[in-house]
Write a protein that binds this ligand. Sequence first.
Ligand code: ADP
Length: 240
Amino acid sequence: MTEALLQVEGLTRRFGGLVAVNGLSMTVGPSEIVGLIGPNGSGKTTALNLLSGALKPDSGAIRLAGKAIDGLPAHKIARLGLARTFQLVRVLPSLDCVENVKAGLAFRERPLWGEAATEEAIRLLRRVGLGGKVDHAASQLTYIDQKRLELARALALAPKLLLLDEWLAGLNPSELQDGIALIHSLRDEGLAIILVEHVMDAIRSLCDRCVVMSAGTVIAAGPPASVLADVEVIRAYLGD
Ligand code: ADP
């Protein structure tokens, strides 16, 4: 059996007495889109922070492409091929779009500089639908365009695995359709994706599998059609 791209085993993180992530085990295969879903406070963002190295786990193992990454600093994990976007968009507001993406290109395993970096930044900006705004300051962009920019910067790391934290939240219906199509096309190019998302239509149309968390624990996992029908999942969402 070939090893999964991402293998998570017994991942646990406490904040004082609270177990925010409690023994999370999951895998993500190449070109697979896995949804991480669950009500607010269930541990999804903490899980992403553990995977990306923003937080250190208390216990558990994380392997990316066969290499142990738990405990490594975030920039090393990024260099090994794991990139993310944030729930609250983080762009460099005073810099233009090209410079924002070049900041990502300088951080990847094989950094790009100068003219090559500018060309690659423009290619990535076109890729996410910002081809007409390459010289706009990030602070002048609309919300959706800031999200697109943040995605371009994540793609600049040439990731194998992309973590999207509510990337589709707050979009209008037509922006949502564009966003879903964009994520589909990234997967078609070979990228694996973990999607933390509340937008059910997006989960249904994008995810190969879903992992459902409640109070730090996985309560269901499987294809979205079966998981979303699961009684326990519905209970966790309704909170009864
Ligand atoms: P979700 O992303 O599913 O909404 P979170 O991972 O943000 O859930 O939070 C899981 C639990 O951990 C919540 O109870 C939250 O209050 C708690 N938590 C998250 N981050 C911290 C922190 N830095 N310090 C203390 N508690 C935290």
